[in-house]
Design a binder for this molecule. Structure first.
Ligand SMILES: Cc1ncc(COP(=O)(O)O)c(C=O)c1O
Length: 362
């Protein structure tokens, strides 16, 4: 069967060249006579892949080896919701922005380990927008860190700027817009992202952590839960997700060499999202519950406001070789995810079907 257009919110679409390379490398990677999933994580072949993936992520994030280290951890981005406060909150206080489902879960986990100041929340308006720069007000004295979610996958909102929080360590869950635009990683104390949206398969989480934070962290935790130990052992305290790390290296290679870097990626993402939002806004047939100034470029939420019509749209989409357009169960409606590897052809096909649907069902 040939491939169809995949708009899934995650795991999401991956670059075709990466999938083709992976097919080959599952059989024999780096002319070693052994497939990538069969190599010891401590052997030379895998070590080269691991170091390459780390170096590429650091280059893309524009972070220096001297200041930041990149880890590849397991347990999903969600495990960072507790690992972070366990290490860094330690009975103190932290500010969290409550901008969506995952942001809310992160702050709930943090409450187990200290005081959480909810700097700003759009929960009362069903997470339909994100704050403007500084809308969270003054950050309390002695705040251990400031945590936010740069893209809210379920509610389709995105913070397109980096919060200015002065000297307070800035920490971001970038899971659903990781490396979708240029980023100055040096502004961040920590960035984390589950790989399965923009950079690889599920099962591995990228963490970029600033080295100077490690000395401030809790030392009485089990080794697997300590960032400092993970850094010391180069993410090898146990067997890491070797295939995931391999795929991250391949996707990062694609970003750097085939796409031509994050500036180009940014323009591509902007163009795809703008075309889709223009179609949503064109006639009033489609509705979007997201405030215009907060719209996500990665997860585009829309609906006809009629569940039966939305279902008919999905059925027709499936007949036209498109999948993954069903909205999250918490919100209903429709959602098109336009992660980095999304193709222009997929966006063309979606817009074409939206127009036809409006003409025939409108
Ligand atoms: C913004 C965000 N954070 C965290 C998570 C949880 O990620 P994981 O499934 O890797 O634990 C998700 C999953 O969709 C997400 O979208």
């Amino acid at each position: 069967m040939s491939r169809i257009h995949n708009f899934s919110a995650g795991p999401g679409v991956l670059p075709e060249v990466v999938l083709k390379q992976a097919q080959q490398d599952l059989w024999d990677v780096s002319e070693s006579g052994i497939g990538v999933c069969e190599h010891s994580h401590r052997g030379k072949v895998f070590d080269a892949i691991h170091q390459s993936a780390k170096a590429r992520i650091k280059r893309l994030l524009r972070v220096d080896d001297a200041t930041h280290e990149v880890l590849f951890l397991q347990g999903g981005a969600r495990s960072q919701f507790y690992m972070l406060p366990m290490n860094l909150l330690r009975g103190g206080r932290a500010t969290y922005l409550d901008t969506g489902h995952w942001a809310h879960l992160a702050l709930q986990d943090a409450k187990r380990y200290g005081t959480v100041d909810v700097g700003w929340s759009s929960k009362p308006s069903r997470y339909d927008h994100v704050p403007a720069q500084g809308e969270w007000g003054a950050i309390p004295e002695g705040t251990a860190y400031f945590h936010y979610t740069s893209n809210n996958t379920i509610f389709g909102t995105e913070m397109s700027y980096v919060p200015d929080v002065g000297d307070v360590p800035l920490i971001c869950d970038m899971s659903s817009n990781f490396l979708s635009r240029p980023v100055d990683g040096s502004k961040f104390a920590m960035i984390y992202a589950g790989a399965q949206k923009n950079i690889g398969p599920s099962g591995v989480t990228v963490v970029a952590v600033r080295r100077d934070l490690l000395g401030r962290m809790e030392t009485e935790l089990p080794a697997m839960l300590r960032y400092a130990k993970q850094v010391e052992k180069d993410s090898m305290l146990n067997t890491p997700c070797t295939f995931g790390i391999y795929a991250i290296d391949q996707v990062a290679r694609w970003l750097e060499e085939d796409v031509g870097g994050l500036e180009v990626m940014d323009r591509r993402n902007e163009a795809q999202a703008s075309r889709l939002y223009a179609e949503i806004d064109r006639s009033g047939f489609w509705r979007s519950k997201v405030r215009t100034d907060s719209r996500s470029r990665m997860n585009v939420i829309f609906t006809t406001d009629d569940p039966d019509r939305d279902a008919a749209f999905l059925k027709g989409a499936s007949e036209r070789q498109m999948s993954g357009l069903k909205g999250h169960r918490e919100l209903g409606g429709l959602r098109a995810s336009l992660y980095n590897a999304q193709t222009d052809a997929a966006v063309d096909a979606l817009i074409e079907w939206m127009r036809e649907f409006e003409r025939t069902q409108g």
